[in-house]
Design a protein. Sequence first.
Length: 141
Amino acid sequence: MRFRQFAIAYAATAAVFLGLDALWLTLMADALYRPAIGHLMRERFAPWPAIAFYAIYVAGVVVFAVAPALRQRQWRWALGRGALLGLVAYATYDLTNQATLKGWPWHVTLADLCWGMAATAVAAAVACGFASRPRRDGAAG
């Protein structure tokens, strides 16, 4: 994967994933998270850990889902590998919390696992579509 293609894939993944996740968190903060784990939530949002997560996670999506799909020339690979990566990443967080935090609710874990799979799969597939488009000037990647 050339730098230009990586940059396009990274930007597309970031735009789609951040957009979807912002929508999810806006809709679900008061409906799912606050009633279930509100006692663990900060009063004020801390942006730097979130920025670090998104920067690292988007890079992981590109490396582990988008790039292999581009080599195969199959956006469906990005969709499937993105779903698997989302499951692994969100399971790492939620199941660790399930194992270590008293009272961590199963319905939060299950919702997060489904969300992580779906959002990551969609972001990876869309990014694959953008990154696989030929350059307008006809030059290679």
